[in-house]
Write a new protein. Structure first.
Length: 127
């Protein structure tokens, strides 16, 4: 599992990968009112939007952690986007992608690096 500094995660599965968001990005969000997803298939660059979620506190985007193609959207989220709030981190993925460079991890954080980053960000919020 690897992460971005915007709290997306990517789980590489050989030549494909699952993309989701860490609970840190969902802090303080209790409900999802609406979700929109990119068209499938879609060739997207790193940082381009896969999905947008509207909550009572505003909206947030989920972005591609790497260059690649979106090959599927989690069908569970199409009917119930609030699952991203209460679901298990690993089972509630947002998109399945085919990374352009499936064995490259450039620009991504390993789990321990992400935890240090997230802890530091949380500390700065409360100072």
């Amino acid at each position: 599992m690897h992460y971005t500094e915007d709290h997306e995660w990517i789980d590489f599965l050989g030549v494909s990968a699952l993309v989701g968001i860490h609970k840190n990005k969902l802090s303080g969000i209790n409900t999802i009112l609406q979700a929109t997803f990119c068209q499938v298939p879609a060739a997207l660059g790193k940082g381009e939007t896969i999905a947008e979620f509207q909550s009572g506190k505003g909206h947030f985007a989920v972005r591609m952690p790497v260059d690649g193609s979106v090959i599927a959207i989690n069908p569970k989220l199409l009917n119930n986007p609030s699952l991203i709030i209460n679901g298990d981190l690993h089972s509630i993925w947002i998109a399945k992608i085919s990374p352009a460079a499936p064995y490259s991890r450039a620009g991504l954080l390993r789990e321990f690096q992400y935890q240090v980053f997230a802890d530091k960000a949380a500390t700065l919020l409360y100072e």
